[in-house]
Design a protein around this ligand. Sequence first.
Ligand SMILES: [Zn+2]
Length: 292
Amino acid sequence: MKPGKEKELCTHLVNKMIFGDKRDVFDENLELFKSLSSRKDFQSKEQLEDNDDDSTKVVEKRTLEKYFEDEWMPCKEKWAGYLTSQLKHFGCVTTQRVKSGHNALKRKISALQSLNSSFEQICSYILQFEGDYQNLELNEATITDARIYHEPRLHRLIHHVSRIGLITICAELLEEVVPGELCNCRVKVVFGLPCRHDLPRDRMLLLSDIPERWILSSSLGERLKQLECDVSLQKIDIEKPAPWVKCITKLEQLFRQCEGNQQVQNLMAMVDELVDNAGEIIDHPNFVFPLA
Ligand SMILES: [Zn+2]
């Protein structure tokens, strides 16, 4: 295997340890990672003593395996998926988002300018950021995915619950519940949303069924009112979901599981291929998309 490919594989294995939520998946990938990272070509030169005189520098070679064992394993509860999946982390398991926040600000500032103009640029960046945030809030309250309109149980939540919350609940409602099944749903533990086992199946959902965090701020008062008084819970008949709802929901889940641009590109290539070869399937009534 080429060294570049090995590096890529190591990164892939670490990602699997970070994002997989099962203990055996972690152990399996750790074993593979160890066998790959113990090789000589994964050595780093580390300077133990930094003397002015170059000739007395003490240099130690450490393999990637040793580095991983010393630096990563002692704090695995902070990154190993099977441990972090027991915490409510809302999908943030790396420092990537904080870093992209810093990066976005840094892109707006030049290193070669006076302190004064730097402050001015930071100020205009924050104003722009605030405006974008308000637009996002407006979008959340006004734009609804076609799948949500297609699910009658969610009708009373439209324009009141955040988009990603609605889509996650919608996906949970599409899942069958096996009686007696153990509930350790990621949706519940990691995102604090009701899972397929908690959601009522035969009535409309109310704001009081949804945790406060997922309600748009303008609708929090309405949620409080529903909690205080008994709102009549009308039973409704539920139809089988249309095939396109399941397909799009699955595709979105796959998209959100992608780590990095390469995986997104691979997924999109598969979708393109499918659409190119779909032919007459596209005209089938099951695949006619409703207009939202
Ligand atoms: Zn569950």
